[in-house]
Design a protein around this ligand. Structure first.
Ligand SMILES: [Zn+2]
Length: 349
């Protein structure tokens, strides 16, 4: 049974119409008898009028009717089948030009496709295609293909067009591009809300809760922090992470096997490795963790390095709590930390 966030957190989410709480809870408004998603634009009820539910089913059983505006009975986070077909085709053939009528052949309206990409990738559809093409060009160049062949194989009509687009995205010319770190990004739906995952060629290097929709400015910040170019697109590591996370949230997976690409100072690496050695379902205090790395005085620095952990859940910084057993800070919010600890307790067997 999922734990709900506390009522204040949920009420604030309603007031802010925060879409990142989508699917985490539903609200019923007593005065109207209607229930909604947290991001519904139609409601801003008084707190004393609100009932909270973990599922749409519970709200129905409590006698609420679904809102016509936000349609809480329709699964929202799922990718429509037509978009899934389109995504599959463009990831295989990103070099192909797609016109509006090509898109319509998938049974999709061009405006619907634009909205979907903006919402899920923070990019326009054309921007997403451009990124896929650059990603394909990079892997061809890495294999030793000539720049001119790469340009045409990636769907560019001229060498100068390719060089310009490449420079704009990668900050350097294609001729000296081999070895540029690239991080592929993907959005994952979880019972705790949407997360953003990133992977380099070596492994997963990012897993964070998305508090808001991913915008291009956030991409830029991540690029700086990871010192890499970010491109949306497919990644085997992220596919594996997605499968393992599903099993983790079902209580069936106690240890992640997916490859990780950690980048940090020597001290941070020590702290993160210590986190990985805390068994599923157990907790440690910051003091105990400092002892684990043989630096009993570094309690505060350990706390900071935990906070710098970029791979939530997989590197289980949620398993570190205060000396008195209190939950202390967590980047994704304390209610998420509580959820993860409860989930692990329940599935210890
Ligand atoms: Zn509604």
């Amino acid at each position: 049974m999922p734990t709900l966030p506390d009522e204040n957190t949920m009420y604030q989410a309603i007031v802010r119409r925060d879409a990142s709480f989508e699917g985490l809870f539903f609200l019923g408004v007593r005065s109207t008898g209607i229930f909604c998603r947290p991001g519904c634009p139609a409601r801003k009820p008084k707190k004393e009028n609100v009932d909270f539910f973990a599922s749409a089913k519970e709200a129905l059983f409590a006698g609420y009717r679904p809102c016509r505006r936000c349609r809480p009975l329709e699964a929202k986070d799922q990718t429509p089948p037509a978009i899934r077909r389109l995504l599959a085709d463009i990831s295989v053939h990103p070099q192909q030009r797609l016109t509006d009528s090509d898109v319509q052949r998938y049974g999709l309206q061009p405006s619907q496709v634009r909205r979907w990409f903006k919402k899920h990738h923070g990019l326009t559809f054309q921007g997403y295609l451009r990124s896929l093409r650059i990603g394909r060009a990079l892997s061809l160049l890495d294999k030793g293909e000539k720049v001119i062949d790469t340009a045409f194989a990636s769907g560019y009509e001229s060498l100068s067009g390719f060089t310009g687009a490449f420079k704009k995205k990668m900050g350097r010319s294609p001729a000296c591009s081999t070895g540029v770190p690239v991080v592929v990004l993907s959005r994952l739906a979880t019972p705790l809300g949407p997360m953003i995952a990133g992977a380099s060629r070596q492994g997963v290097c990012l897993l964070e809760f998305m508090e808001r929709r991913m915008l291009e400015t956030q991409f830029a910040r991540l690029e700086k922090r990871l010192n890499a170019r970010l491109l949306p697109g497919p990644s085997e590591h992220i596919d594996q992470l997605r499968r393992e996370l599903d099993m983790y949230f079902q209580g069936h997976l106690h240890e992640f096997k997916v490859s990780l690409a950690l980048a940090g100072t020597e001290f941070q690496m020590k702290v993160w490795h210590a986190l990985q050695s805390i068994p599923y379902g157990q907790t440690r205090s910051y003091r105990q963790q400092a002892l684990m790395i043989g630096q009993p005085k570094a309690v505060r620095a350990v706390g900071r390095a935990n906070g710098d952990n970029r791979i939530a859940i997989v590197i289980p910084c949620h398993r570190v709590i205060g000396e008195n057993g209190q939950l202390t800070g967590y980047g994704g919010g304390l209610w998420r930390k509580r959820f993860l600890l409860d989930l692990e307790q329940e599935n210890l067997k």
